[in-house]
Design a protein around this ligand. Sequence first.
Ligand code: BJW
Ligand code: ZN
Length: 258
Amino acid sequence: MTNNVALEKAVKLLGNAQRVLVFTGAGVSAESGISTFRDSLTGLWEKFDPSQLATATAFRNDPALVWAWYEWRRAQVAMTRPNAAHIAIAALKQHVPELTVVTQNVDDLHERAGSKEVIHLHGNLNAPRCFACARPYPLDVSSLNKMNPDYLAPPRCHHCGGKIRPGVVWFGESLPDSEIRAAFKAAENSDLLLSVGTSGVVYPAARIPEIARECRVDIVHINTEPADIATGTILIGRAGEWLPRLLSETFGNRAALN
Ligand code: BJW
Ligand code: ZN
């Protein structure tokens, strides 16, 4: 299917949809300058593999290395802004009767673009908690270390003295129960799934397009790469270009502006 045929099909699907589920991955934030998870890292971090850092074992073995990586990423997010894809997703709310936004991302760019009640499956960079007692730890933007060192001891819990860990879901950890349930329910009950900028390899989040397919929900994928696993309508290219175009061709010229 060429991109033009796919766009025509996506416009029809979106124009007729009553309940839309938008499911996003790191690719939606790429045009804001945030590295995707499976890109090679740059600068200080180029010698590390993210999948080796995003584990409780890595934190136990070397908390200062893992904490520094997350603080570097938190600083990166704080300095950046939502892009045209986040803005178009937020604007979609005005055009479809029911919209659910589910993200695997740990940044807050959907919220900063104006999306409300975003379901975060893999947690949030701004919500660290104690590794020992799980109490939340207040951490504000001003605490970001401007030097971005590659080694930074995590702060200590005010209650029990335990080490503070990032508020994200690492490999081998369970996803928050109510969020994953809500996401699966939306995948079953929507009439269109818009899957944007995800490699779809990490479970259980990767079940979302599978469930949608099993329930005969229409699927439109937007990705710079033609993913093998993708079925449905595929728009190959950048989310920040496709989403505004899809909205304006479906709902009119100014539709993608929030
Ligand atoms: C663009 C673009 C542009 C670029 N426009 N597109 C079943 C089978 C096999 C394995 C498992 C299974 N069930 C569970 C597992 C194990 C594991 C897993 O899935 N492993 C796989 C890698 C094989 N899952 C887990 O461990 C999960 N927990 C769990 O299952 O608990 C139950 C349990 C407990 C105990 C024992 C056993 C089971 C937890 C998974 C948590 C994942 N966490 C991370 C890190 C979060 C914190 C952090 O950010 O550091 O979440 S991993 C990482 O991957 C991150 C992401 O959210 C997630 C998904 O990545 P995403 O978003 O798809 O990014 P990329 O980089 O992969 O892709 C970007 C895409 O964008 C690409 O396709 C580009 O082409 C595209 N793109 N620019 C549009 N401009
Ligand atoms: Zn504690």
